[in-house]
Ligand binder design. Sequence first.
Ligand SMILES: NC(=O)C1=CN([C@@H]2O[C@H](COP(=O)(O)OP(=O)(O)OC[C@H]3O[C@@H](n4cnc5c(N)ncnc54)[C@H](OP(=O)(O)O)[C@@H]3O)[C@@H](O)[C@H]2O)C=CC1
Ligand SMILES: O=C1O[C@H](COP(=O)(O)O)[C@@H](O)[C@H](O)[C@H]1O
Length: 501
Amino acid sequence: MSQSHDAQTGALGDSHHAIDLVIFGALGDLAQRKLLPALYHLDREGLLSADTRIMGLARQNHDVVAFQKQVSKTLSTRIKSDEQDEQTLTRFFRRLDYRSLDFSQPEGFSAIRQWREGSLRPMVVYLSVGAKLYGDISHHLSESGSIGEEDRVVVEKPIGFDLASSEAINDAIGRVFPESRIYRIDHYLGKETVQNLIALRFANPLFGTQWNQNHISHVEITVAEKVGIEGRWGYFDEAGQLRDMVQNHLLQLVCLIAMDPPANLDADAIRDEKVKVLKALKPFTGESIGRDVVRGQYIAGTTDGQPVPGYLEEEGANAQSQTETFVAMKTQVANWRWAGVPFYLRTGKRMPEKLSQIVIHFRQQPHYIFDPDQRDLAANKLIIRLQPEEGMALQVLTKDSGLDKGMRLRPGPLHLDFNSAFPKSRIPDAYERLLLEVMKGQQYLFVRRDEVEHAWRWCDQLIDGWKTREMPPRRYPAGSWGPVASIAMITQDGRSWYEDY
Ligand SMILES: NC(=O)C1=CN([C@@H]2O[C@H](COP(=O)(O)OP(=O)(O)OC[C@H]3O[C@@H](n4cnc5c(N)ncnc54)[C@H](OP(=O)(O)O)[C@@H]3O)[C@@H](O)[C@H]2O)C=CC1
Ligand SMILES: O=C1O[C@H](COP(=O)(O)O)[C@@H](O)[C@H](O)[C@H]1O
């Protein structure tokens, strides 16, 4: 089956997609919180081939029974009780195996080759560990003769810390796996609502014809998180919100909103268009960086009415840290389609609610005939809610009803709430979709090397600019929408962040 055909039909995994899945870091946070629950769901939905096997690898000296017990504990807390069924659990546990291994050393990798002996299934190597280990693991797998010609590798973000480190890591993986067998995860691309951006834009002529600077005045992307650093201070403090969220998730959203229509749904057709957007992102200058970018760091405040500590008081914190937990910026995609259309992005930890939302602001009518006081109302907005309450709302204007209202306008939403419009379909977690695509050998939801590197190039110049200008983060109380300066940044353009739905 060709890639495009599969992406178009959405044909799901079946017994033809049996794999041997090897998870490096199987006892870590990502594997336990996301990967194993996602695999359980795939099994329950009949999307794991009967022949698929899963090997967990980690440092702890467990045996397979102890690993199964750990997975059982994880699933009992991560899977809703009405979705836990004995038949699936029994079948799922039978697939599991475990080996203890130090990933940085060559000894022990032959255990993987032995486990695979006689298997005709492709191996999927999932690197659920820090990116610093990707090169060593790839090398040891190759040296131990464990890699076959159909085997694939899945790597997590962030790949590196900047362009140079990312290139070194990609080179090391690339010495063992060709690009066509490297699956770089950006889990936002696995979210149903993010994939829906492609359907929305390219299946609906109503939007397709309006999607440019003639009709759109500006675009807002908000990815707000309610949580703080949650025990990940060491990792996060080296990264900061720009590397953790903007370099990958937010820039991928910008790409999907801004890209030109791909010729088809082939992985490379889509990725070629995304790369063009990344290349067209306007670099910041010494002047624009101070005006159009706001860095923030949360101080103590409240979440759901409960007091919470500031970033510098979190467990393991270094009280001098200048790392940002919030970024807002105004950027531009400097090409024909988007000339003069600002893209306002903001993302932060410890904001009042979890909210990922894109708002497309359409231009007003060229000739306005209604009450001048209502002029600000007179523009349509398309609000795309990625999470939670996945759906879309198109804000349109109608006449306010009543004899005394004259031609007063009122805005109202045309609402599409995915949960109530399609009540039978469970919205799968991003990792379910992504694991399924790896099994099928489909790369269209994964990030190509040049995408990662263009995104780093753009982020690196911004980080360099911060350093040169010495821009310490501005404080914002936990539970707020970020530093006041981020509101001022958009207000000075006569606009405001849109928080309704
Ligand atoms: N957690 C998340 O929500 C997300 C994570 N990611 C990415 O996923 C990857 C994994 O992250 P996460 O699960 O949080 O990390 P964790 O540190 O929780 O898990 C990594 C696992 O790998 C093991 N490990 C590390 N080094 C070795 C080694 N030399 N030999 C054997 N085992 C080793 C660790 O064991 P031990 O504890 O014994 O050191 C641990 O079990 C990272 O690249 C991260 O950036 C991406 C998005 C979200
Ligand atoms: O990759 C990451 O994403 C999460 C947010 O993901 P979401 O699916 O809950 O929106 C973020 O908390 C984390 O810091 C980052 O590494």
